[in-house]
Design a protein around this ligand. Structure first.
Ligand code: ZN
Ligand code: ZN
Length: 265
């Protein structure tokens, strides 16, 4: 029983998250080489041929790089909304027509015994979404690649047992780093990525719900490092009286490896 989650890799260089129950196995995004994803799945004892679905949040390469190969090699259905399909079709290569599945943003659907709900997020892609996964009375949410949060997103995820939330960059590192100005502006913008501080402030609101575990995700390679993201978020929570380690567990995902494996319930 219960919901399982493990980040296989997370960051601006590639994203893939495993979500499962005893019956269902889902990959959320496949933004690394198929070879890497197969190896990472093996580490958590999942065979790629057991995947029931690849869900795509949006068409950026760090979320779809291996999706086409995996779908072809292991006959896995790929799920995305209409506009994401249109934006990524050419990049995925040939996908069997019965493996091209469409979902509608904000409407829920089932992958075996997992109820999946997508929700719109502000990001510079065609129709980007986050996901909530429900099984029994357990809920896991994924929200990465968002320029800002709003009440609707906070309400959608705050009753989760576990949230995987973007903590992309340290604002000072980004501002003083070597990225060209248009790229800096994009990342900092309303449709870019959440900074460590924005993630911390959003969590203060989200933790008014029942959240027990938070995984900080999608860290930038050049403008962040795990300890800085962790400490920035923890400091903000401490300031508001939330006690990380007691009231909530804050954990990390990694750009070059798998996270802790969580079995909720
Ligand atoms: Zn991304
Ligand atoms: Zn993106």
């Amino acid at each position: 029983m219960g919901l399982k989650v493990c980040s296989l890799s997370s960051g601006s260089s590639g994203n893939a998250t495993y979500i499962g129950t005893d019956r269902a196995n889902i990959l959320v995004d496949a933004g690394l080489s198929a070879k890497y994803i197969i190896k990472a799945l093996k580490h958590i004892n999942i065979s790629p041929s057991d995947l029931d679905a690849i869900l795509v949040s949006h068409e950026h390469t760090d979320h779809i790089k291996g999706a086409g190969v995996l779908s072809r090699k292991f006959n896995i259905p790929v799920y995305a909304n209409q506009q994401t399909w249109e934006a990524m079709k050419d990049k995925l290569g040939n996908i069997k027509s019965n493996n091209m599945r469409i979902f509608y943003t904000n409407m829920d659907f089932y992958i075996k015994d997992i109820n999946v709900q997508s929700f719109a997020i502000p990001h510079d892609a065609a129709e980007p979404v986050g996901f909530c996964f429900y099984h029994g009375n357990k809920k896991i949410s994924i929200a990465t690649d968002l320029g800002h949060t709003n009440n609707s997103i906070i309400r959608t995820v705050m009753d989760s047992d576990l949230i995987l939330l973007e903590s992309n960059h340290d604002l000072n590192m980004l501002q003083e780093g070597s990225y060209p100005w248009p790229l800096k502006k994009r990342i900092m913008g309303r449709y870019g990525h959440l900074s460590n501080e924005q993630a911390g402030r959003a969590l203060v609101e989200m933790l008014k719900g029942k959240v027990i575990y938070v995984l900080l995700a999608h860290l930038s390679k050049d403008n962040n490092f795990p300890q800085l993201a962790y400490e920035t978020v923890v400091d903000i929570l401490n300031e508001t009286g939330i006690r990380p380690g007691k009231d909530v567990v804050i954990d990390m995902t990694y750009r070059e490896g798998i996270s802790n494996f969580y079995h909720i319930g």
